[in-house]
Design a protein around this ligand. Structure first.
Ligand SMILES: [Zn+2]
Length: 489
């Protein structure tokens, strides 16, 4: 290597001494993960929505790293949160259906367990139901509260727990997990409802009964009867709920700041899935794998080590847990299938493939390379969308992209085979307690019944191989028919 010109030597020496002197950025001391259930990114200012809905999240986004295309691993609460915490794909966790759910396997290692082992004090406050202790979410938590019906008391309890811990040991690192169903249930303060929905606005959803059918119950008839005004009403009610949850999150963030902890904390805000506003004829979530269901917000904030950035690359939520342990300087368990997002945190870096699976209405999807390919237990069984030219997923292009579809099918077949072979992480069947059944019913999970899942809904422990074989056969028949037409011409 040629030596540098003499005139540059003093500058180089200065540079060397500066880099030797400057300390690496401090690691975060505390970790907070907030999951606002059913939160669509496109209803947040940080992702392009009006700015008066989510000022807290928007501020965290400005000060943190925003993943613009984060993809949940499933479309309903239990498997998606399980994937977030265990960094295992739900196809492997095998967590059943709304009406026949399973418990997250004890064999899986959760983020809370890793942090607990590393000496963190750990605290979880969730709204219960599918994120309750009964379903295995208390793994690794010193303190895991009984279901907190509303977000606000959960936040108050978390701050009180932090204070108690600091009294005992001011320096102990904390891990806090907060989850709320308030947006899922369109719960808003009266003020927020008035702010987003004029009291005189007429919609048949304004009655409790109809809104109840629209929420999670996914009553097809209700959706079919909805006109433009009803959708305006539904989305305004949703925005009001996001605004209320955002303000409560703001109280928690202020609480961390008042305790001098905010900038020592790796704060993560995300969700487990989105919500349908009739884009494909439905409401609720857990029934399809279109983007309105699988895209979620993902924001990481720790200004001392993470300069603000926006990351356009696609990332799956199974990568969140490995990212947390990496940013803390810990080793991930060997079972984790996600990878750290550290190389993407400055905004650059390639997209990662995202698998989505659901066994309530069986769906298996691969979102990669600007396309989404998925298998559905409902007809048609095979779907392919070109997300760059058709982001709303209107035109199924399977027939005109045979090669791409066949390649994606092979990848899904290999993925499903690996998941089926790895049985030790499969969820344990359970009979939910009366309390859990009541809360599941309250959240609408038990109301839809089999008819809401469609004609070909599978039993628990869905066997993907039969569906894959069926799709292979149909694709072969389609190609043969196309060849015949071509020959006749
Ligand atoms: Zn959920």
């Amino acid at each position: 290597m040629p030596s540098p010109p003499r005139a540059l030597l003093p500058a180089l020496a200065l540079l060397v001494s500066l880099s030797a002197c400057s300390d690496p950025p401090p690691l975060p001391t505390h970790v907070v993960v907030v999951s606002i259930d059913t939160l669509r990114p496109d209803r947040l200012g940080a992702y392009g929505h009006r700015e008066d809905v989510s000022p807290t999240i928007d501020r965290l986004a400005r000060e943190g790293v925003v993943f613009e295309e984060a993809i949940a691993a499933s479309t309903w609460t239990l498997p998606s949160h399980a994937a977030l915490f265990t960094s295992l794909w739900p196809a492997m966790l095998d967590l059943g259906r709304f009406d026949a759910p399973a418990k997250v396997s004890d064999a899986a290692t959760t983020l809370a367990e890793v942090l607990d082992d590393a000496g963190y004090r750990t605290f979880g406050a969730t709204a219960g139901a599918f994120v309750g202790a009964e379903f295995g979410f208390d793994q690794g938590f010193d303190t895991f509260l009984p279901p907190q019906k509303r977000f606000e008391p959960a936040v108050e309890r978390a701050l009180a727990w932090i204070d108690d811990g600091r009294e005992a040991d001011a320096d102990a690192p904390c891990f806090v997990f907060l989850h709320t169903y308030d947006v899922h249930n369109y719960v808003a303060t009266a003020d927020d409802r008035r702010r987003f929905v004029a009291p005189s606005f007429r919609s048949f959803l304004a009655t409790k009964r109809n809104l109840g059918k629209f929420l999670q119950r996914n009553d097809k008839q209700v959706c079919e009867n909805m006109g433009d005004r009803d959708w305006v009403y539904a989305t305004a009610r949703y925005d009001a709920a996001v605004a209320t949850a955002d303000r409560t999150l703001g109280r928690f963030v202020d609480g961390l700041a008042e305790r001098g902890m905010l900038d020592d904390t790796l704060l993560i805000v995300t969700s487990d899935h989105g919500e349908e506003f009739g884009e494909h004829g439905r409401s609720g979530h857990g029934y399809t794998v279109y983007d309105e269901n699988v895209r979620v917000p993902l924001i990481l904030r720790h200004p001392p080590s993470l300069p603000a950035a926006r990351v356009p690359a696609q990332v799956p939520l199974v990568d969140v847990a490995p990212t947390v342990v990496d940013l803390l300087g810990l080793e991930p368990p060997s079972s984790w299938q996600g990878r750290t997002l550290a190389p993407l945190l400055d905004g650059d870096g390639p997209s990662r493939p995202a698998f989505v699976s659901d066994t309530h209405v069986p769906h298996l999807a691969l979102r990669d390379d600007g396309f989404k390919y998925f298998l559905s237990s409902m007809r048609p069984h095979e779907h392919l969308y070109d997300l760059s030219s058709d982001p709303r997923e209107r035109k199924n292009v399977v027939a005109s992209h045979e090669e791409r579809a066949a390649e994606a099918l092979d990848r899904l077949a290999r993925f499903a085979e690996r998941a089926a072979a790895e049985t030790r992480y499969a969820g344990a069947a359970l009979t939910p307690s009366d309390e859990a059944l009541r809360s599941l019913e309250q959240f609408g999970y038990l109301a839809g019944g089999s008819e809401s899942r469609g004609d070909d809904a599978g039993p628990p422990g869905f066997d993907w191989s039969a569906l894959i074989e069926r799709v292979r056969r149909e694709a072969a028949e389609r190609r043969a028919a196309a060849a015949e037409v071509a020959e006749e011409r």
